[in-house]
Each structure stands twice: as C-alpha cells, then as structure tokens.
Design a protein around this ligand. Structure first.
Ligand SMILES: [Zn+2]
Length: 472
C-alpha cells in the first residue's frame, strides 16, 4: 500500500478545491434504499438537535447491547447548550403530557429556530422565485376538472390524503378556486421574517401539505408534464418543512411505545480520548488553480480547459478551514470494533441532520469492508473541507485500523477529483469501488462483504452491495 503522509492541510485544500469546482451533486446517492423506520426515528432526533447554524451537524444511533440507548454526536464536541437541549428533548419525549407535535413545538421553535425559518423561506422561494407560480396557473387553466364543483366524491378523488379536513370548508366550490386559495394562502402564510408561532406554523403545514397531496400536483409530477421540475422543487421544500410535524409525530409515537425513560449518551472528546481537538487549518495554496497544480491529478492541458470553464479558479480564495471529527465518524468510533454478539443486526443505521460528506462516505466504506458492523448513512458525496483525520486524533481507539481508513480517504479524494474532471456530471462510479482502487479485495475482505450481504435484513440490499464492492 502507498505510504501516505496524513497531511490535514493538504486534504482540506483538495476538498476546498472540489467544492470550488462546484459540480452538480444532486444525482449522487450512495444509499439508494428507502430509510426504514429505525433510520427515520434517528434522522428525526438529529433533525431536532439541529439548530440550522452553519456547521451544526448531528448524528444519532441506537446502541442495543445493554438495553436501548441513543448515542448522540456532533461535528466537533457538543456545547453546554447542545447538552442542555438534548436533555430537554429526551425529557419531553418521555413526558406523558407530550402527545403530539404541537406539544413539542415550543422546543422546536426555540432550538431549531434558524432551521425552521430557513425552510419556510425556501418553501416560499420555491413558489415565487422559480416560475412555479406562473406554471401553476397555466396548468390550472388546462386542468380538465378545474371547473368541477367540489362534491364529497370529487374531494375524495382530488384530495385523497386530506378529504376530511377540507370537506366542510370547500364543498360546492370550483376545484380551481380551492387550488388557487391553497397556493395564495401558502404564499401569504410563508411571508415571515421570524419563526412563526404554533398556529401560524400549523397553517403553513396544512396549506402546503393539502396542496402538495392533491391529485393536481401529484399527477403533474408523476406524468412529468410541463414545469414538473418546479412542482417537484415545491414538493421537496414542503416535505422538508413537514418533517417538524409528520416525523416528529412518528418519533413521539415511537417514544410512547418504548415507555419510561429513554437512555441517551453523547460521544465527547473525553469519551473518545480525542487528543487533537478541533483546529484551524491554514490552506497553503493561494488560489484554487495553485491547489489543482499541487494535487497533480490534472495535466496542464486539462487545467487550462478548467480555467476557461471556471475563471474564478485563479482568484484568491478561503485560506483557513476549521476541521473536526465528523458526527457519524464519532458514532462509529464510540462503538469501536464490535463483535456481532449482542447486536441485533449487522446493518446499523446512523441518523443524520444532513447527508454524510464525501470523506465520511469514503471512511465508512473503508471501515465497513473490514469492521464488525456495516454502518449505513445517507449521502450525496459532497466534499466538506472541515473533515479531520481520525488516526492522529484518536490514538486510544482500539481494534480499528484508523490510519488505513484515513489513507483510503486520501486516495479516494484524489481519485474523485480526477474522475469528476473526466466525466463531469455524468459521474457514476461507486465509492466502494474507489476505496478499493489502490488494492484489490483480499479473500477475507470478500468473505466479510458477502456475509454482510447475505445477512442483510432488507431484500435486494445484499446483492446491490456485493455488486457495488465488486464494481459490477
Ligand atoms: Zn462528514
């Protein structure tokens, strides 16, 4: 294996460069399967801890080895505010008087203030800034049942998810008027500069969800008719906002089912024995172009072409990066090398407040091929320059080849940089294959992967994993 120097400044510089290349990441999903119930609950815990402030990223996992415990982690070490708020959240979840998302909204509107506000503003922008508004009316003009007066039957057909809620209010009105009122109503209630109170928030959720669930909207997207991407963008924004009601509802129900006190624990610098804490990394290259030269993955001709496409590559750029061990990595380090005894399944989900970054995915892929648990996170493989090496920071973690995983990240980032340039937005290489690019799987690794695939709890996962590792 190549002897890499685990140079943090060099890695941060390459990640910054990848970020600067500003490629399209929306089609890159390392995880293709739908999240199961456990993953959804963990994602919701991470969502509720997330303030929306830059860099505030949280992860959660279940530790079932001795009863059930929720393990929490943050990018970097949690603050006293994080610790106090998590205590309040779990106390609310165990409180018999908290029975629905409305009861938890005082916590949400305080802790997640910036995030909630951002999502409301994005929802509004998806209507008024993207051209969706005009497309909506032109489609409505041509919609065959637009002039139908709403009877209970038509309501059932047009609003299958929300028929009970809207029946009284809208019976006898033309469908076009109702859909128009829902759209204009959503625009009205999302015009906010501060986080709304409970009633206002419920109004936003009700109006946007009723519109989003309507057959008018659903068919538009399914049939991929003119302007459907704008309609889809609206749907994505309203679904993200709805998580504070719908997903929180599922979490509260899940907590009730468990009954009693839910144990939880933070992964801290102290618990991991982290010695190199968060640090400000000085970037050596004065420009992205210099960083590209130093990375030596592109020929001079390729670099010239790139400069023509992106003139900003020669301009001065960010020179400092604040690096830390990312939340999902902290969760895995907390578990260490675990024998399968006491674990209910080899596949363990980690819930996240935002998708895993490129380095976390590469590190987890390297770990999974050799570790005891196959950790699953969602990802769009975006580069994040704040990613910190694990071997130097955590000398006390036993049983995991941290330096090897870190090395796989370095080689993976270089390969990613090269392949991204070569294939642009059409890039489809699997990250598991990149991890193995500088060394084929040995028989032991392969046996572990195949065993992992065969013990997968979900149909189809195993095959996909084997194929992805083998690069077929
Ligand atoms: Zn990460």
């Amino acid at each position: 294996m190549t002897n890499f120097n685990l140079n943090q400044a060099q890695l941060s510089e390459r990640l910054l460069l990848l970020q600067k290349l500003d490629l399209e990441y929306s089609n890159h999903k390392a995880t293709q399967h739908r999240p199961n119930r456990e993953t959804k609950l963990l994602n919701t815990i991470a969502l509720l801890l997330s303030t929306g402030r830059p860099g505030d990223h949280f992860a959660a996992a279940f530790d079932k080895r001795q009863g059930l415990e929720v393990i929490l982690a943050k990018n970097g070490t949690p603050t006293s505010e994080d610790i106090a708020d998590a205590k309040e959240l779990f106390s609310c979840l165990c409180n018999p008087e908290i029975s629905n998302p409305r009861d938890l909204y005082p916590f949400v509107s305080r802790r997640c203030r910036a995030s909630v506000l951002k999502r409301i503003q994005k929802l509004r922008a998806s209507i008024v800034d993207t051209g969706f508004y005009n497309e909506f009316y032109s489609r409505l003009d041509q919609y065959p049942s637009a002039r139908d007066l709403l009877s209970p039957d038509v309501i059932e057909q047009e609003f299958p998810e929300d028929e009970d809620a809207i029946e009284d209010e809208f019976v006898g009105m033309p469908l076009s008027v109702v859909l128009r009122d829902l759209l204009e109503g959503t625009i009205g209630v999302t015009s906010v500069s501060e986080v709304p109170n409970l009633d206002e928030f419920v109004d936003i959720h009700t109006l946007a969800s009723t519109l989003g669930d309507s057959s008018f909207m659903q068919e538009w997207i399914i049939m991929r008719e003119v302007g459907y991407q704008k309609a889809k963008r609206f749907q994505q924004c309203r679904q993200k906002l709805s998580r504070y009601i719908d997903d929180v509802h599922s979490l509260i129900r899940g907590a009730k089912r468990l009954g009693g006190v839910i144990k939880y624990r933070w992964v801290t610098d102290e618990s991991l024995g982290i010695q190199a804490r968060e640090e400000d990394i000085r970037i050596h290259a004065a420009t992205p172009e210099e960083a590209a030269h130093r990375a030596s993955v592109l020929s001079s001709q390729q670099l010239e072409e790139l400069k023509e496409r992106k003139p900003s590559l020669v301009e001065p750029w960010q020179r400092t990066v604040h690096s830390c061990i990312h939340a999902e990595i902290r969760i895995i380090l907390h578990f260490g090398r675990v024998s399968m005894q006491g674990m209910s399944g080899r596949f363990q989900p980690i819930g996240l407040s935002k998708s895993s970054c490129l380095c976390c995915v590469l590190w987890i892929a390297a770990h999974n091929i050799r570790g005891g648990i196959w950790w699953q996170t969602r990802s769009r493989n975006k580069p994040d320059p704040t990613w910190a090496f694990t071997a130097r920071a955590c000398p006390n973690v036993q049983g995991l080849a941290l330096a090897t995983f870190d090395e796989k990240v370095i080689s993976g980032v270089l390969r990613w940089l090269q392949l991204r340039y070569e294939s642009g937005t059409e890039f489809r290489k699997d990250l598991y294959q990149i991890v193995e690019d500088d060394g084929a799987l040995n028989a032991d690794d392969l046996a572990v992967v195949v065993a992992a695939a065969l013990t997968s709890t979900r149909k189809g996962d195993g095959k996909a994993i084997v194929y992805s590792v083998l690069g077929q």
